[in-house]
Design a protein around this ligand. Structure first.
Ligand code: 3PG
Length: 211
């Protein structure tokens, strides 16, 4: 059954954006994040380990968890992500070909936009949810508040420059259901296999988003 991107964004307030250098880190990292309460994982296609990791995780994780592919920039990469089992796809920006492909793809697309004009290109094709990237340097919370005027029916997942201490400001906006970022999976902790530390960071981040 075709999943809608809204279901992915509604699953949890934080999406860890993960770059994996070793395929064998995928399972323990995902387990630590899930145990902490994370329900959506985005694995970026920036390393050779990404597709095998998506394939592995999509087979072994529970049905209420979403595994998606990030940093997808063209339809060929989109198809590779879908073949690996990605449940959703995230792009840092948009191209006409990518937006077209996403309309009929099995894995729904969360297209990346930084401006109103980019948003409108997606909007006229029917997209109503976007990644706002790079959020912090593209106007942050104030830009999202301004977007709500002309586009009250659009929701955003801001990503790029968001940290534990700024996530809740974004989540307090009506047009933000979830935020994404790499702060939950610091390279140094992944490299040393500090899964307990990563779980702790995810727990703290989720707690600060609720309070
Ligand atoms: C992304 O692709 O979403 C970004 O690399 C995340 O940005 P961050 O490292 O500032 O969280």
């Amino acid at each position: 059954q075709k999943q809608r991107i809204e279901a992915v964004l509604a699953a949890g307030p934080i999406i860890p954006v993960i770059s994996l250098h070793r395929e064998e880190d995928a399972a323990p990292l995902a387990d630590a994040l899930l145990e902490a309460g994370i329900r959506v994982l985005e694995i970026t296609l920036r390393t050779p380990a990404a597709l095998p990791a998506i394939e592995l995780l999509s087979k072994r994780l529970p049905g209420d968890v979403f595994i998606g592919a990030g940093t997808v920039t063209d339809p060929a990469a989109y198809r590779r992500a879908e073949s690996a089992g990605a449940g959703f796809v995230v792009s840092p920006g948009i191209t006409p070909r990518l937006l077209d492909y996403g309309l009929t793809a099995n894995a729904p697309l969360l297209p990346g936009v930084a401006t109103v004009s980019e948003l409108m290109l997606g909007y006229e094709l029917g997209y109503r949810s976007f990644k706002f990237f790079p959020a912090a340097v593209s106007g942050g919370v104030k830009a999202l508040q301004a977007f709500a005027g002309p586009f009250p029916d659009v929701t955003f997942c801001p990503t790029g420059g968001i940290r534990q201490n700024t996530a809740s400001e974004y989540l307090s906006l009506d047009n933000v259901m979830t935020v994404g970022g790499t702060w939950l999976t610091p390279e140094s902790r992944v490299r040393t296999g500090d899964w307990a530390g990563i779980g702790e960071l995810a727990r703290e981040s989720l707690a600060s988003c609720k309070g």
